[in-house]
Design a binder for this molecule. Structure first.
Ligand code: ATP
Length: 258
């Protein structure tokens, strides 16, 4: 069974002359346990796809489902036990005046889950932190540690799907690989399915099994990330992205599309 499915997903902002259609008949299938990348130019609609699945936009048309369950426009609370989102900026996604303990406790309270102290300790260990972080505030953590907390907050409800919106792009280059390795590890251990937006084709080849390329609200190509690294893309736009990534990596070897 597919874990994530989008069929003919359309979404516009504004009305009348100001109407801007940002998604055009997006079809997407992500299998259980797969890591799927969404790449493409800025403004092509990648984040909007994630936000529809996360219930942040309700005015889409088409069909969406998670684990075979069709999504309604207003999502029930149980949806968020299955699907969680991790944002680009870990500082912005954590309340500055809430301790890490409060940030992690809140979803447990909302969903009425017990054994809260044990769950908080366990999840901190899973993301490579420990209980010494519990009573700190976000500003007392490094960028990488904050993103670990944001990942812990997403995982504390034991979801099956993580929607990752450029999870490493706001981080210092030196910690990006650490977070990518953590995400790869967690996917295996927790049997998660990932749908990840990224600009970085190096991240795709490191973390994703498959990739879809978006341009102006449409998916123009779907392929295995291995095929992408081996120059087997067929669409001109995808080939242009790969070339741009290679040119950039000549200046910054870390970005290399392996
Ligand atoms: N709330 C909104 N109201 C109006 N327009 C919006 C809104 N959110 C997004 N858009 C528009 O939708 C289009 C797609 O935006 P989206 O953030 O999905 O692109 P993206 O591919 O994720 O870009 P980036 O890589 O720069 O994050 C853009 O033209 C954007 O301006």
């Amino acid at each position: 069974m597919s874990m994530i499915q989008a069929q003919s997903l359309n979404l516009s902002f504004g009305v009348g002359a100001a109407c801007n259609q940002v998604l055009h008949d997006v079809d997407l299938t992500v299998e259980d346990g797969e890591s799927f990348g969404l790449v493409g130019e800025s403004g092509s609609g990648k984040t909007t796809v994630l936000r529809c699945l996360a219930g942040q936009y309700r005015h889409w048309s088409g069909a969406l489902s998670i684990a075979g369950v069709p999504l309604q426009h207003k999502l029930p609370k149980e949806h968020f036990r299955k699907v969680q989102m991790v944002f680009q900026d870990p500082y912005g996604s954590l309340h500055p005046r809430h301790t890490i303990d409060t940030a992690l406790r809140e979803p447990l309270t909302i969903h009425g889950l017990g054994e809260r102290d044990d769950r908080i300790n366990d999840i901190l260990v899973k993301v490579g932190l420990n209980d010494s972080f519990r009573y700190r505030y976000p500003h007392q953590l490094s960028g990488g540690q904050r993103q670990r907390v944001a990942i812990a907050r997403a995982l504390i409800l034991e979801p099956r799907v993580l929607l990752l919106d450029e999870p490493t792009s706001a981080l210092d280059v030196s910690v990006q690989a650490e977070i990518l390795n953590l995400l790869a590890d967690l996917r295996q251990r927790e049997k998660l399915t990932y749908l990840m937006v990224t600009h970085d084709l190096g991240v795709v080849s490191h973390l994703c099994d498959k990739v879809a390329v978006m341009q102006q609200g449409r998916i123009v190509e779907r392929l295995d990330s291995q095929a992408l690294s081996q120059d087997l893309a067929s669409h001109d736009y995808t080939r242009m992205l790969v070339q741009a990534s290679r040119d950039f990596s000549a200046e910054s070897p870390r970005m290399a599309l392996v």
